[in-house]
Ligand binder design. Structure first.
Ligand SMILES: [Zn+2]
Length: 411
């Protein structure tokens, strides 16, 4: 672990610097009022909150490298006066996240905050009780449910670690594609075997990636934010009330499933239709774009455009890996490939063709990683069936399709 004295000194420096530049650092949990219902829920399914909602550790970074990273962050801090407020804010946020004791739920609520603000404006119902938390399920997608009449959106933190590895290796691929491709498969294999990533094993782009680079952080956050935004979409669109529900087993570890499941080893979640899932995706993307449009940073929109593509690209690889192992996910979401098809249409429809350049590079990276296996397929360029689905989804969400003949006429 870190030298506690050094860490306190670093955090002190961070807060001083933030104050000096008038940068407001978010609290470690913007919605502590959500914690009691979340913890009651975990106990109701026989789980201890401390086991699920863990204190975030930076175990991803190998022990021997931590000193170096610490030094690099310090150097960036010393160059703070050459950085713009938004760059510095990102750096200070990264440092506080890495070095202070933060619970996974606090982190989840922090990255969701901009989308939650948009959602509350669009859907007054969300101003009522509503709760975000870390999921006890080792599933790549999030889940939603109602507990004590409160909509609960749950997202797994293991999926977040995998997103971070994916983005870091994308960055490393600029210098060494082979390394990035093998590293991604290795991480995915580990993830599907255990439901988590054993991050310390991954030296993660030593010499290829600059950890002081805030781009890795913002892209990772954007993809994670999309996962949460999708779940909030289920609440905003009323799916938590209208969708079918089903009991699903809680596996603590895929490698060692619980031998005798009792009712306490199951949880009831909504199991929406494919139509509803696509609606939640497009609602999520639109809300992310809306949140980004009000940000002062001009890179915010391209980064928001990339979040959903990063997540779907990685999901396609994860789904493919599950199939290779002969496993089927008992999850109701449409395939990631179909979801990406509709998301790309939504980016076009919202006039973000030019802003999707980061998204396109992640699409290319996904293809590069997938190419290692001959059967891996990217979404088709034109699908009549998906265009039909897209039309009903977009119309349901109030999009104007009068100029989108490429969707309405090819069905
Ligand atoms: Zn969903």
């Amino acid at each position: 672990m870190y030298d506690k004295g050094k860490v306190d000194k670093l955090l002190g420096l961070v807060h001083e610097m933030a104050k000096e530049r008038n940068i407001e650092l978010p609290p470690s949990d913007p919605n502590p009022e959500q914690q009691p219902v979340y913890e009651r829920y975990l106990r109701s399914i026989g789980r201890k909150p401390d086991d699920i909602d863990r204190v975030i550790e930076i175990e991803r970074i190998p022990q021997e490298q931590r000193g170096m990273i610490y030094g690099m962050l310090l150097t960036s801090l010393m160059n703070a006066k050459n950085q713009s407020d938004s760059e510095l804010k990102q750096l200070l946020f990264l440092i506080t996240t890495l070095f202070s004791e933060q619970r996974a739920t606090g982190f989840l609520r922090t990255i969701a905050a901009p989308v939650v603000a948009v959602a509350k404006r669009k859907t007054p119902a969300l101003n009522e009780a509503f709760c975000l938390g870390v999921s006890p399920l080792k599933w790549f997608n999030g889940q939603s449910l109602i507990f004590e009449r409160t909509p609960l959106c749950l997202v797994q933190s293991g999926c977040f670690s995998l997103i971070e590895i994916f983005v870091t290796l994308f960055q490393a691929s600029q210098k060494d594609v082979g390394y990035a491709v093998s590293g991604t498969w290795r991480a995915i294999e580990d993830y599907i075997r255990t439901g988590e990533v054993k991050p310390a094993e991954y030296g993660l782009g030593q010499g290829l990636v600059n950890f002081g680079d805030s781009l890795i952080g913002v892209l990772t956050t954007s993809a994670e934010q999309f996962v949460v935004a999708h779940e909030i979409g289920h609440v905003a669109l009323g799916h938590t009330v209208t969708a079918l529900r089903g009991l699903v087993p809680i596996e603590t570890n895929r490698a060692a499933p619980t031998a005798m499941a009792t009712s306490r080893d199951k949880m009831e979640i909504i199991q929406p239709s494919h139509f509803d899932e696509h609606c939640a995706d497009i609602w999520g993307v639109s809300s992310q774009l809306e949140a980004a449009a009000s940000a002062s940073d001009e890179a915010a929109v391209p980064i928001a455009c990339a979040g959903s593509t990063i997540f779907m690209g990685l999901s396609m690889l994860v789904e493919f890996a599950y199939r290779l192992h002969g496993e089927q996910l008992d999850d109701t979401h449409p395939s990631a490939s179909d979801r990406l098809y509709l998301i790309e249409l939504a980016l076009e429809l919202t006039g973000n063709h030019e802003n999707a350049y980061v998204a396109h590079r992640f699409r290319e990276f996904t293809e590069q990683v997938g190419r290692r296996h001959p059967n891996f397929e990217m979404p088709s360029l034109l699908s009549r069936a998906l265009n039909k689905m897209a039309q009903s989804v977009f119309e349901h969400l109030g999009f104007d399709l009068s100029k989108a003949t490429y969707i309405t006429e090819f069905q």
